[in-house]
Design a binder for this molecule. Sequence first.
Ligand SMILES: N[C@@H](CCC(=O)N[C@@H](CS)C(=O)NCC(=O)O)C(=O)O
Length: 188
Amino acid sequence: MFCEKVRIVFAMKKVPYDVIDVRKDERKSLLEYTNQRKVPTLNYNGECVIDSTVISARLEKDYPQNSIYPDGPANKGLCLALEDWSDEVLVHANHAMRRADTTDTKQKAEAEWDAHFNTLEQMYTGKKFIFERMSIADISIFTQLHYLCAAVKYDIPAKYKNVHAFMENMRQTLKLNSLADSFDAPSL
Ligand SMILES: N[C@@H](CCC(=O)N[C@@H](CS)C(=O)NCC(=O)O)C(=O)O
């Protein structure tokens, strides 16, 4: 999900990049290059940049067109807080759902997601995006929900109409044929 988040930012900025799939050498090359195991890691013309939030901010600095942040410092702060909430809190709910292998753990994971769906349902009431245009907050939230649908294969309950409308809107904005597709468009 964090690599997908960064791929969307690259596409928005229309910046070309190469992908090195570190699964192929069990992350040996990644460990050698960065001394840590997490992806995404960006070799940015020789500069090592780790973490999707840091990579996104780094790209924004050099490529401010199609900004990933809303206008104004107050909304930018809120946007960064929501990005962090999605990356740190929704990801936990995804891991819980992915690992759930008993009725009890499945129920607990569903309850955790229900609380987040209720939050998101309110957040997206009458809105395509949280701020005036698609921001890194929407992208982070989308990548977590997309992973839940496409990888964990969990169907978001139909009663969360705003969440469904948001996903459909993001699918169209990102030019995905279906929500099961992964994002690999070179530019948006
Ligand atoms: N906060 C980081 C999270 C990155 C992360 O958790 N990456 C996972 C894959 S999605 C990973 O590489 N885990 C491997 C490990 O921790 O060994 C970000 O936004 O980039």
